[in-house]
Design a binder for this molecule. Sequence first.
Ligand SMILES: [Zn+2]
Length: 321
Amino acid sequence: MSLKILGIDLGGTSVKLAILTSEGDIQQKWSIATDILDGGKQIVPDIIASINHHLDLYQLTKDDFSGIGMGSPGAVDGDKKTVTGAFNLNWKETQEVGKQIEEALGLPFYIDNDANVAALGEKWKGAGADDPDVVFVTLGTGVGGGIVLNDQLIHGTAGSAGEIGHMTIEPHGFDCTCGKKGCLETVASASGVINLTRQFSENYAGESQLKVLIDDGEDITSKMVFDFAKENDALAVMVVDKFAFYLGLACSHLGNSLNPKYIIIGGGVSNAGDFLIDKVKKNFEEFTFPNVRQTTKIKLAELGNDAGVIGAGYLVKADQN
Ligand SMILES: [Zn+2]
C-alpha cells in the first residue's frame, strides 16, 4: 500500500491540515486556530500536538506516511526549511520550522510559500489537471502567484519568482505597499478593486446605484462592485472592464513569456466567476500573439481552500518521485 502524505496550510487566522493519499486525494481534514500571541511561538508546537492527536484518533503512526509538506506566509527558505518575516504570524525572526517538526514527528518535511503551494495544489488536483506547465494567480487581500514549469516550481535567483502582484500594469498608477507604483495588486486585489471604483466614481456623472452608495459614504466591497456590474450598473461595468483589462494584460505577459497550458485565476475576488473570466479572456486574447492565444488557456481555480493542503502534499510527492 502506498504511503499517505500530511499537508499543512499555515495562515494568519487558522492552520488547515489534511491527510492525503499518495495521489493527492483528501482523506481527512481539520483546522486549528493560529495562536499569534507571544511572537507566534506556540504555532509550531500547536501544529505538532494537533498532528499527534489526529494520528491517534485515526489509529495511524508515522510509518503510514512518506512525509509532511507545508505552505507558509513570509519568506520561506525551502532548503533550510525556515520562515522569516511572516508578519501576520508575528514571526519577525527566522523560525526553524522544519527542525522542530522533523525532530518531533520523525518524518521528512518540505516547505514553500503559501502562494506557490496553492499553485501546486491547483496544478496537481485542480484546474491544472496535472499539466506540467501551469501559472496560478490568486486575487485576495493581495495578489499572489506561483509558476510551475516542467512540473517544477520556479523560485528565481532570490525566491521572488511568481510575485505576479508586483507586475507593473500602469506605470503612473496607484502606490503599492512594495514602494512601487501601478502594481497589479493595486487594482486587482480586494482593495485594488475599491481603488479603481473610487477613481472612476470621482469622474462619473451619470446614473449609478453604486455611485449613490459611494457618495453616501457606504462601505463598498469588491463583491458589491461585481454584483452591480452583473446588473449592468454603468459605473460598476466601467470598473470591472478596467479590472479585466489590467488582469488580462498581466496574464498576456505571463502567456507571452512562459506559454503555460493554463493560467488559473483563484482567490476571493475571482468568485465573480465566468462573468469575470470571460472579460479577462477577451483582453488576454487581444494582447497575446497567435501561438500563445491558441495554446494557453485562462481558467478559474477549482479547489478553493483545499489548494493549500493539497499543494503542500505535492511538495512531498515531487521530491520522492
Ligand atoms: Zn507592488
